[in-house]
Design a binder for this molecule. Structure first.
Ligand code: HEC
Length: 137
């Protein structure tokens, strides 16, 4: 009986935290988070160079998941079917596998403020204004 009460309370708390809106982030701090936690695998710059391990993240906010042409995504990411927005990114960075089961990204960002900061950075990346023209297919 006690266990059941505890479980109910835990689930209620979990539900609350899952619904809370992330606090607004700081893009300048987010650039530092990106350098420290994402840049080993991702680029978010206007360049033709291939990112080291993961897809290019320039313009990822508002882009369809798994749709950057030059990266071999997992089938799970390719058929995710949604468009990245700050809320989904927050959930994904907290736990990629909860949002895209089968995704191949081995990084979690447990700190809500780091997540909010890096999402603010990706949303207002100054390089968005300098995207190189894509070569015609
Ligand atoms: C260890 C390497 C690695 C690190 C570190 C990493 N990622 Fe990734 N990321 C990947 C890989 C690989 C994928 C592609 C996943 C797939 O295809 O399932 C990916 C995919 C993504 C996607 C989906 C992109 C798309 O085009 O749909 C986002 C968004 C993302 N990462 C954000 C981040 C952020 C923000 C950080 C830093 C906080 C980060 N990643 C750190 C390897 C990494």
């Amino acid at each position: 009986m006690k266990t059941r009460l505890f479980l109910t309370a835990a689930l209620a708390l979990w539900g609350l935290s899952a619904q809370a809106d992330p606090a607004p982030g700081d893009a300048a701090r987010g650039a530092e988070v990106f350098k420290a936690q994402c840049a080993a695998c991702h680029l978010a710059k206007a360049t033709d160079k291939s990112p080291p391990i993961g897809p290019q993240l320039l313009g990822v906010v508002g882009r369809k998941a798994g749709s950057w042409d030059h990266f071999g995504y997992t089938p799970a990411m390719k058929k995710a079917g949604f468009t990245w927005d700050p809320k989904l990114l927050d959930k994904y960075l907290e736990n990629p596998y909860a949002v895209v089961p089968g995704a191949a990204m081995g990084l979690l960002v447990p700190s809500p403020s780091h997540r909010a900061d890096v999402i603010a950075y990706l949303s207002t990346n100054p390089d968005l204004l300098r995207q190189p023209e894509r070569p015609a297919p």
